[in-house]
Write a protein that binds this ligand. Structure first.
Ligand code: GDP
Ligand code: IMO
Ligand code: MG
Length: 422
């Protein structure tokens, strides 16, 4: 039996979907442990682009059972849309998509609260407005609604009514939104009837299974982790590997490989510090060539150079055993590529992120320059096929992070991948 976890190493959108799709070929269970519809994981099947938000990307491999773990926050309306998308693609969903009893439910009330918070703070965090923060707040405040509650209509109705009246009393939603919210709640009730059949005790499935291979699909990225990220500009869950134990019930000691996914550069959507962000032509080119627009919200992603200070921190926090480096092809036309190797803060140089995590707006990145390769790499099949400049770039990152980069992605399609098992 092998258990592998895929974790975003930066600020999300590293290409986790593509790598999960690759590794799920060998898995019997693919499971998520945190987050919800804030995620947008892109995969290609027969040249068709598919974006999944809550259902694990392994859904596209019919041999996989997909578990949505207790640590997730589930939006029934969104789930039904995804199930219908899969059905249209003739992908079997019955008995394959399993939502844990104890996952928490995002209702339209939570989505309106999220939108209202964003409006009132002038989009300071820049959330996806999918109700993530408000749902996790209710969970930790011990007032949440869980998937198991959807199985009994009276209990669900009572909980929804109570939450709605609290939202009104506490001025959590705008008065003018109330009528549309009530209509959305009606749609929500209807939807819950249709997703009941997917709600299960997934603990039993995991622990009774004789199935050998489990792939764990992280969402978001380490720098968006509620504890280890750039708080408060983070999401509301533990996206780092630490979340797996509580969000799925698989202890970290049972995991064989923890694979960090890193883009060959860095992107971030929403507010918050971003030390290597670029506002010049290089930044514009990364966004344009990399087609850097959010898979969930369509917002343009902020772009910058690879940040080794972040990567080293991420490797430690997650206990990374391997790295997959994605989107290397985006550099094909770049003459010079830079990597941030340290930060200057208050006249001192540091490569330790935890020292400056709360002062990232005031640091100055220190860069090392690399020569670009100025050629197309999309059709390379082996590490040695890559131009020497690209090989040097990868080897430098690998030596610095001290974790092997054993997967290199050179295009969005399934076959555009290099296995680097030296
Ligand atoms: P995720 O949230 O980590 O799954 O990543 P997203 O799906 O939000 O964003 C990654 C984007 O990059 C998607 O559009 C992918 O199709 C695309 N992508 C992934 N790997 C590569 C790659 O190696 N090269 C290129 N050009 N695109 C890639
Ligand atoms: P995947 O899984 C990139 C960001 C939002 C915002 C912050 C909080 O596709 O990598 P939230 O709605 O979670 O309360 O928003 O987190 N964010 C993501 N950024 N990729 C994601 O997921 C993200 N999920 C949330 O933009 O800054
Ligand atoms: Mg994404």
């Amino acid at each position: 039996m092998s258990i592998k976890a895929i974790i975003g190493g930066q600020w999300g959108d590293e290409g986790k979907g593509k790598i999960v799709d690759l590794l799920s070929q060998e898995a019997q269970i693919v499971a998520r442990y945190q987050g919800g519809a804030n995620a947008g994981h892109t995969v290609y099947q027969n040249d068709k682009k598919i974006v999944l938000h809550q259902i694990p990307t392994g859904a596209l491999r019919e041999n996989c059972i997909c578990i949505l773990g207790n640590g997730m926050v589930i939006d029934p309306i969104g789930i039904l849309e995804e199930i219908n998308t899969l059905k249209k693609l003739k992908i079997k969903v019955k008995n394959r998509i399993l939502i844990d009893y104890y996952s928490h439910i995002v209702t339209p009330i939570h989505k309106y609260i999220d939108k209202t918070n964003e409006k009132r703070t002038n989009n300071e965090i820049g959330t996806t407005c999918k109700g993530i923060g408000p749902t996790y707040s209710d969970k930790y405040n011990r007032k949440g609604i869980r998937a198991i509650d959807l199985l009994t209509n009276d209990i669900l109705q009572e909980k929804i009514e109570k939450r709605l009246s609290a939202a009104i009393t506490n001025n959590e939603i705008e008065k003018e939104d109330l009528e549309t919210l009530k209509k959305d709640i009606e749609i929500f009730y209807k939807t819950t009837q249709e997703i009941k059949e997917y709600i299960r005790d997934t603990f039993l499935v995991l622990y009774n299974s004789q199935l050998p291979n489990i792939l764990i699909e992280g969402a978001q990225g380490t720098m968006l982790d509620i504890d280890y990220g750039t708080y408060p500009y983070v999401t509301s869950s533990n996206c780092s590997s630490g979340g797996i134990g509580t969000g799925l019930g698989i202890p970290v000691s049972k995991i064989n490989n923890i694979i960090g996914i890193f883009k060959a550069y860095t992107t971030r959507v929403g507010g918050g510090p971003f030390p290597t962000e670029l506002f010049d032509n290089d930044g514009k080119n990364l966004g344009k060539i990399g087609n850097e627009f959010g898979a969930t919200t369509g917002r343009p992603r902020r772009c910058g150079w690879f940040d080794l200070v972040v990567a080293k921190y991420s490797a430690k926090i997650n206990g990374l055993t391997h790295i997959a480096l994605t989107k290397l092809d985006i550099f094909n036309t770049f003459k010079t590529i830079k990597v941030c190797v340290a930060y200057k803060f208050n006249g001192k140089i540091t490569a330790n992120l935890s020292e400056v995590l709360n002062s990232l707006d005031n640091i100055e990145p220190i860069y090392q320059e690399f020569k670009g390769w100025n050629s197309d790499i999309e059709n390379c099949e082996q590490f040695n096929d890559l131009p020497i400049e690209a090989q040097k770039y990868i080897q430098f990152l690998e030596n610095e992070i001290e974790v092997p980069i054993n997967i290199i992605s050179i295009g969005p399609k399934r076959h555009q991948i290099i296995h680097n098992n030296k």
